[in-house]
Write a protein that binds this ligand. Structure first.
Ligand code: GUN
Ligand code: ZN
Length: 443
């Protein structure tokens, strides 16, 4: 059999073979190949299997990259993040509504300046890649320039990235507000410019119900009808004061989610960040409409928002991915984010196993974004986005690693003790886009 490929990688691989409906179905899908072979054809996976079987496909003299002393996993998927908040990460003292007024809105106000947007976009994308995140669903600001800056740089890397212009027309400083008609026109132009270009996707991004008038939500609905293929990305039920405020602002609606649902904004490509204080009917609606949740543990703890009910999400069969939610979240790093997710679950007597955690951060997140046909594992035909982890980089990690017997222990150690130091290389579209600086001589 002859095989068309451009790059051969031998290594210690871990991924999840298929999506599951319940966590107890994950076991058979966890795929560990301590001596595997990954063949790339440009930006795609051409073949994945055991080295023993695949070596026969390689013509004599083929150059093979060897990662048998590393751990190669699919690129991480960050299902909720705000790029303009990069420079205000770790802002002290407030919960959601005060935090938005005091820290967030002033910083977002600067993104009308295209040069600033370009600088922060470049920094942001480097943070994603140096933390192993190869796909993200991203909030920009209300300014169209903020979206152009991010997408043009993601296009240069050929990243699979989804983003959108914030839509908001009330309850924020004047400079960040727009009219519903303006929001419609600018968003439509951005969709036409960017959606489906290379690997980019557009998400309609109404900030959250409190900053959207009914007239603006009607324009979001109009866009969704005109462009049924775009994503919808917003916040839902993060903070108790926020939930009470939505009840005041939209008294005719049954609950918070009903505001979005009423305007046709639920569905398979809709992602709702947080979902901490949902009523029964809201869980049901998420399930019935096949909408997705972005669980953002570091943000939820940092803003004191609450504890996400992971077990409930499984019970209700709602799709779920993990979000860093920078700048309310405190790290870009998915390993650290999974470690915090574990603690959130612990506080509610749910044991988040390492395999499950990595599922949420890779294939499960891809599915939450309706991208699991393209990314999320090493299946042949998928896009070649993956990360090479160094499983032990500090004396403490090395000691613990030496005392780890199973892959499960190694994965759990990584999510408990790991951080950006564990990133050795990141591949996007089959190319190395990040290389750990201290090890460049080994390239
Ligand atoms: N709700 C509305 N806007 C925001 C935001 O920027 N961050 C978070 N965490 N929640 C929000
Ligand atoms: Zn957010």
């Amino acid at each position: 059999m002859s095989m068309q490929f451009t790059h051969a990688i031998r290594g210690n691989f871990f991924d999840i073979a298929a999506c599951v409906e319940q966590p107890d179905q994950l076991g058979p899908q966890l795929r560990h190949r301590p001596d595997g072979l990954l063949l790339l054809n440009q930006g795609r996976i051409a073949w994945f299997g055991e080295w023993q079987q695949g070596a026969a496909l390689l013509p004599a003299g083929t150059a093979v990259t060897d990662y048998r002393d590393k751990l190669v996993v699919p690129g991480f998927v960050d299902c909720h993040i705000h790029y303009p908040q990069t420079e205000m990460i770790g802002a002290y003292g407030d919960q959601l509504l005060g935090w938005l007024q005091r820290y967030t809105f002033p910083v977002e106000g600067r993104f009308g300046d295209a040069e600033h947007a370009e600088n922060i976009s470049a920094f942001f994308l480097q943070q994603l890649l140096s933390n192993g995140t190869t796909t993200a669903l991203v909030f920009a600001t209300v300014h169209p320039q903020s979206v152009d800056a991010l997408f043009s740089q993601a296009a240069a890397l050929n990243m699979r990235l989804i983003a959108g212009k914030v839509m908001m027309d009330r309850h924020a400083p004047e400079g960040l507000l727009e009219t519903p008609e303006q929001s419609y026109r600018q968003t439509r132009a951005l969709i036409r410019r960017w959606h489906g270009r290379q690997r980019l996707g557009y998400a309609l991004t109404p900030r959250f119900a409190p900053t959207c008038s009914p007239q603006l939500l009607a324009q979001v609905q109009r866009l969704r009808q005109e462009f049924p293929d775009v994503w919808l990305h917003t916040h839902l039920s993060e903070n108790r004061d926020e939930v009470a405020w939505v009840k005041e602002l939209f008294p005719q609606h049954r609950n918070y989610l009903d505001v979005y649902h009423h305007y046709g904004l639920t569905g398979e490509k809709s992602v709702f960040a947080h979902c901490l204080h949902l009523e029964d009917a809201e869980w049901q609606c998420l399930c019935d409409t096949r909408s997705s949740i972005a669980f953002c543990p570091t943000s939820n703890l940092f803003l004191g928002s609450g504890l996400f009910k992971l077990q409930q999400a499984w019970r209700r069969r709602v799709r779920l991915g993990i979000g860093s939610d920078v700048g309310a979240g405190t790290t870009f790093n998915m390993l650290q984010t999974l470690g915090e997710a574990y603690k959130v679950a612990q506080l509610q007597d749910y044991k988040l196993a390492a395999g499950e955690a990595f599922y949420h951060a890779t294939l499960g997140g891809a599915r939450a974004l309706a991208l699991d046909d393209h990314i999320g594992n090493f299946d042949a035909g998928k896009e070649a986005d993956f990360v090479v982890l160094d499983p032990a980089v500090s004396p403490l990690q090395q000691l613990r690693y030496a005392n780890s017997r199973t892959l499960d222990e190694v994965l759990f150690m990584l999510m408990t003790l790991g951080d950006d130091r564990n990133l050795y290389r990141t591949y996007v579209d089959g190319k190395v886009v990040f290389q750990a600086p201290q090890r460049q001589e080994a390239a």
